[in-house]
Design a protein around this ligand. Structure first.
Ligand code: RIB
Ligand code: CA
Length: 319
């Protein structure tokens, strides 16, 4: 597809990052020009292995994969959340990857790829923002080659997940999130509010797990892992919803609002505070606030179908 959008993905694969990779690699609307890895859902080396494993399982073209930051900019890093399983990707026991990473740091890979691109590129960030923040700080002019940054992170009106106030990607590296969200670059945030909306049922996941295509089997296996872990009869497509928003923006509702990233050391550290007041003229806002586009809701049935179609598993959907 000649008018495919040139994108770079930043991931902490991670079960739901794997779902996002499955969607991005299958979509003719996206030209994935590189994938950068960062510590988050699991240690950096495991993130790299999981990412290469998914690409091998899909027999994907040789898209460059680079390893980046192995810890946040300031903090030592949070423990790997147990929900993703021992290997961070649902313990599916997929074959070890044959393909290798590129041997330059992810930040340098991002700089070179963006600098060499004739046109500005789109970043799809599904992980702690340590790589992206370092890129913007080390190369302040690189923003001229960034069309838009889509970020899965934060909350708009929803509660947090990692803490009552904060979502995992932002809480894992709050300083990095502040650098990116307050950069003034075009940012679209995909927070937990829509993240929690798009689901597969356990039955749909079972149908996918038994499907012919490798992508469908992997997606079904990951979804069943999450169903088991949470003891629920559904599983979220998670990060893949962010990719769906890039592919099919008509399926998303968004507003433009000022956001502040809480860098305090208290219980709200890593919160994304949005000024949702209707009347703000003449009312104070203390600290740093930056307008971003934020997705508040998505058309979940539409994105379920988009995801299932990318997996070649539309028949697995109950409706
Ligand atoms: O809070 C959800 C986010 O944190 C997702 O990107 C998930 O993969 C983890 O990185
Ligand atoms: Ca992620």
């Amino acid at each position: 597809m000649t008018n495919a959008l040139s994108v770079l993905l930043d991931v902490d694969t991670g079960g739901d990052d794997a779902l996002a990779l499955l969607l991005a690699m299958a979509s003719p609307a996206l030209d994935v020009r590189g994938i950068t890895c960062v510590a988050g859902n699991c240690a950096l080396e495991q993130v790299v292995t999981n990412t290469l494993t998914i690409l091998d399982a899909l027999e994907a073209p040789p898209v460059p994969v680079a390893a980046g930051m192995d810890r946040p900019i300031l903090e030592p890093g949070l423990p790997a959340p147990p929900l993703h399983g021992g290997d961070g990707m649902g313990d599916l026991r997929l074959p070890a990857p044959r393909r290798s990473r590129v041997h330059i740091h992810a930040v340098e890979f991002l700089r070179r790829t963006l600098a060499d691109s004739a046109e500005p590129m789109t970043l799809i960030c599904l992980a702690p923002l340590s790589n992206i923040a370092m890129l913007l700080r080390m190369y302040p002019r690189i923003g001229d080659k960034i069309e838009r940054i889509y970020v899965m992170g934060g909350t708009f009106a929803a509660p947090g997940n990692t803490t009552p106030a904060a979502e995992f990607n932002v809480r894992y590296d709050p300083e990095a999130a502040a650098i990116v969200l307050h950069s003034g670059l075009p940012v679209t945030l995909y927070p937990l509010d829509p993240f929690m909306q798009v689901r597969f049922t356990k039955e749909e996941a079972e149908a996918m797990a038994g499907a012919k295509g490798a992508g469908a089997r992997i997606a079904g296996g990951i979804a069943l892992h999450y169903c088991r872990f949470f003891g629920m009869d559904f599983s979220l497509i998670g990060d893949a919803g962010t990719v769906a928003t890039v592919i099919d923006p008509e399926g998303a509702n968004w507003v433009r609002r000022p956001v502040h990233v809480d860098l305090s050391s208290g219980t709200s550290r890593g919160a994304t505070v949005f000024d949702r007041r209707v009347m703000t003229d003449g009312f104070a806002r203390e600290g740093e606030w930056t307008d971003v586009d934020v997705v508040t809701r998505v058309d979940a049935p539409r994105y379920r179908k988009l995801m299932a179609a990318a997996l070649g598993a539309v028949e697995a959907l109950a409706d």
